[in-house]
Design a protein around this ligand. Sequence first.
Ligand code: RUB
Length: 314
Amino acid sequence: MSINDTADKIISMEIRGAGKIAREAVSALRDHAETLPRTGDVSIFIREMEQAAGILLATRPTAVSLPNAIQIVMRDVRSSKNEEAARRNLREKANEFIWSSRTALDRISVMGANHIPDGSVIMTHCNSSAALGSIIEAKRQGKDIEVYATEVRPWNQGRITIKTLNEHEIPTTYIVDSAARTMMKEVDLVIVGADAITVNGAVVNKIGTSQIALCAHEARKNVIVTAETYKFAPRTILGERIQIEERPTDEVLPDDIAAGLPFVRIKNPVFDVTPAEYIDLIITEAGAIPPHLAFTIMREYLGWGLDELQNQFL
Ligand code: RUB
């Protein structure tokens, strides 16, 4: 798919979910390189690729998987000695990223399933491939599980979640977002995905995640976050904040109704931040960690992020 088509689909949320956004962006970059005529000048190739990367980066601001994936793929391209090497590096890194991101999902699913005891009732929020992968794997292992899935206003990603759970014949109860606290007493653990994880172990995920985590904390229920290592945000070491995406207000209230309510303001933040205190475990493909060890994942698995941060201080 072309860069512009991919960017449009990410903006309109036809392509959504942090992992999928990253894979589709990388695959669009790889395809874009093939459309560029060979000039023999590596700097022209790099410039064209940077421009394409910029279009993808400007789509949605919160999921750190997107800049991380682009960085993983573009890093060696930027230091390539000639055009052929740059093209080869891009192709290889892109294929490697797509493959390793799928492998990461499989590993997380198995590890996640190991943390779901037989007989568990799980609450999930939004539509995360990593969280759903773990739930589906637990079912595949023969565990008797049940799920509470939230609606996820205003985009109703919960409908995608219940469709998938239904396909896997997992007994599921569908609830409105505001029923989370009331239903928490029926639940044993919460499993969600992540769009970004900060150095202090805070998790950025779909709006409403922090309320659910707070309810789980109050009810002494465990909260498990499933996230690939490329969802950790090294720049938060410098104190940089994750930008929370605000989407158009007509997603919340149609413009014609809003027009008749001149004193009413509408806000539509689509992600929120759950502090580390409300999270028991983060499951990555590299292992399960308590949230306060987020830095170790950044150091071990996103070492490039730290190199670049260090360079900024030299
Ligand atoms: C999706 C969302 C998901 C994470 C993780 O939000 O918050 O929980 O992206 O998903 P949106 P995954 O629908 O606005 O993109 O585990 O699939 O990467």
